[in-house]
Design a binder for this molecule. Structure first.
Ligand SMILES: [Zn+2]
Length: 257
């Protein structure tokens, strides 16, 4: 039996899908998607995702406070996050990290939230999913000096291949999304072609980052097929080989091998 596709980063508990989640999952399965890692960035999303998982054992769950919400995240929020981790329903902590694109006047606050969540990941023995935008050096510095024992996923990786090598040395997997399909995106294509096959993951980051030929429309997990097939093409390997390696990487990361 051939392996299915992996979406290692989808926000299908987001309000963008309202009551459409069932259809979204069904469409993805029909397109050959086998595993989903649902990212929850609010406590409400986390509760909704736990309900989704009851119906769909093939979905995995991640929860964490996004750097964009660093200013609003309180100690009570972090306590509530820890309560969720205690349920054992979440196999990844994220997405967490640094984003200096939207807000850059609170760098220290972002770093503090990032490190506190790394501590939580270590306490519950979880890998992390990293959001990094316009903050490559600071993110690298934190991951090196304040390590997550299980490492994790560089989600929708968009920095250089050289830095990807450095993150891989720290144990991280490189997850690629829609931008590898964009005609003019040189770096993601280079990364897709050069990252060792045993370090690659695929994702949508839906509802954002929709791959070609649906760029501009709302994204959903079924479209990860376009991203994965493009990566296989860039590497000159079969779709089957790519899917098989990606799924193996994912299971190794979440300790399912
Ligand atoms: Zn995300």
């Amino acid at each position: 039996m051939s392996t299915g596709y992996l979406d290692s980063h989808c926000h299908i508990a987001d309000a963008a899908y309202e009551n459409e989640t069932e259809e979204v999952i069904q469409r993805a399965k029909d397109a050959g998607v086998e595993r989903f890692l649902i990212m929850c960035v609010t406590l409400d999303e986390a509760r909704k995702a736990i309900e989704i998982k009851k119906m769909h054992p093939e979905v995995d769950l991640a929860v964490g406070f996004h750097p964009e919400n660093a200013n609003e995240t309180t100690d009570e929020g972090l306590n509530a996050l820890e309560e969720l981790l205690k349920t054992g329903q979440f196999c990844v902590l994220g997405e967490i990290g640094l984003d200096y694109y939207w807000v850059s006047d609170n760098k220290e606050k972002q770093k503090e939230l990032f490190m506190k969540q790394i501590d939580l990941a270590n306490k519950y023995d979880l890998p992390i999913s990293i959001h990094m935008r316009d903050a490559t050096q600071d993110t690298y510095q934190i991951l090196k000096e304040h390590p997550c024992h299980r490492a994790g996923i560089m989600h929708c990786y968009s920095s250089s291949y050289e830095m990807a090598v450095e993150f891989m040395k720290l144990g991280y997997y490189i997850s690629l999304g829609g931008p590898v399909t964009f005609k003019n995106s040189v770096t993601p294509k280079e990364v897709a072609a050069k990252v060792p096959l045993d370090r690659l993951l695929t994702e949508t980051d839906c509802p954002y980052m929709t791959p070609v030929p649906f760029r501009g429309k709302r994204n959903e997990p079924m479209y990860v097929t376009y991203t994965a097939d493009t990566i296989a093409e860039l590497r000159n390997i079969s779709k089957e080989e790519l899917k098989g390696a990606v799924m193996e990487n994912y299971k190794r990361l979440i300790h399912q091998n």
